[in-house]
Design a protein. Structure first.
Length: 306
């Protein structure tokens, strides 16, 4: 149980779910070849989950003092699990994750792609040790890594299967994947700032330089308020230009994604307490979940509406 808390298994389940949704709720509905068979794709999911778990472990190791203030009931390293054991877990997770990456890169005959997994592991390490202390840089890195977990499935499952006869079709599918990656990036970037608002006291005591510490809670909240209009306008644009004829998909997005986003925008303006920001952070996680599920809704609606 302590190990599961250390790797934040709920977030990892979300990551795995997201990658499985795109494969079996989107790719499989298209008449296109895929580079990986089912168990190889499962290994790709496992590899990204293991690397993300390693990132959580190293983050927990370096966040012991901060978490003692921000989340005293959730501190694992130094209490339930020793720091030495945590480091061992971190090494094992990364070795297996990168090892799987090497195998898959050779399966698709792109051995150079193995460097992607090494880069992910290295980025997560430098994020935990130094990058997260730089104003906004840490927020961008985390958001980019989550967005890349969407892109990587296209890199390994779509890209190697492209040939001259299917380039146009593959380009359309890849562009849709990129749209979702961009949505994931924007939403998670906003959520990372909200989490900084939630953890401002502990971060300040540890000498970190987050946006709320640099310019204050009130001003940061107003910036988040402004940023929240980006996904709102993006969804409205997408519905108007691509989905307006798909009534069920449009209704789903309006109720499960756009509506909660507008509620978030309204609530962040006056949010002040740690509890307020914690609830809003959770709300963004659910919005991201329903946003990812929308690819299944849209795909099915298009299939049976045609």
């Amino acid at each position: 149980m302590n190990f599961l808390k250390l790797i934040r298994y709920q977030n990892l389940l979300m990551l795995a779910f997201m990658q499985l949704v795109f494969r079996y709720g989107f790719f499989k509905f298209q008449n296109i070849p895929l580079s990986l068979n089912d168990w190889q794709y499962g290994l790709l999911v496992l590899s990204t989950v293991l690397l993300a778990a390693g990132g959580y472990v190293i983050n927990n190791i370096f966040d012991q003092d901060t978490d003692t203030i921000n989340k005293p009931n959730k501190v694992i390293v130094g209490k339930s699990i020793s720091e030495a054991k945590a480091y061992n877990i971190y090494v094992v997770l990364n070795c297996i994750g990168v090892g799987i990456g090497f195998y898959l890169s050779n399966v698709i005959e792109k051995p150079g792609f193995a460097s992607i997994f090494i880069l992910i592991a290295a980025t997560l390490y430098f994020y935990a040790t130094s990058l997260k202390q730089m104003i906004l840089i840490g927020n961008v890195i985390v958001a980019l890594l989550l967005a890349f977990s969407v892109i990587i499935i296209g890199v390994f499952d779509l890209y190697p299967a492209i040939y001259e006869g299917n380039q146009r079709e593959m380009a359309v599918i890849f562009s849709i994947l990129l749209d979702y990656a961009l949505f994931t990036f924007i939403l998670n970037f906003i959520r990372e700032i909200v989490k900084d608002l939630e953890d401002v006291n502990g971060d300040y005591n540890q000498g970190m330089n987050t946006l709320p510490i640099a310019i204050g809670i009130n001003r940061t909240s107003k910036i988040v308020f402004a940023l929240s209009f980006i996904p709102v306008l993006a969804i409205l644009f997408y519905i108007n230009n691509y989905l307006f004829q798909l009534q069920f998909a449009t209704l789903y997005l309006m109720l499960s994604v756009l509506g909660p986003l507008l509620y978030f925008t309204f609530k962040i303006w006056n949010a002040k307490t740690k509890k307020d920001f914690s609830q809003l952070s959770l709300l963004l996680k659910w919005i991201l979940f329903f946003g990812i599920v929308s690819i299944v809704i849209i795909t099915i609606n298009m299939k049976y509406n045609a």
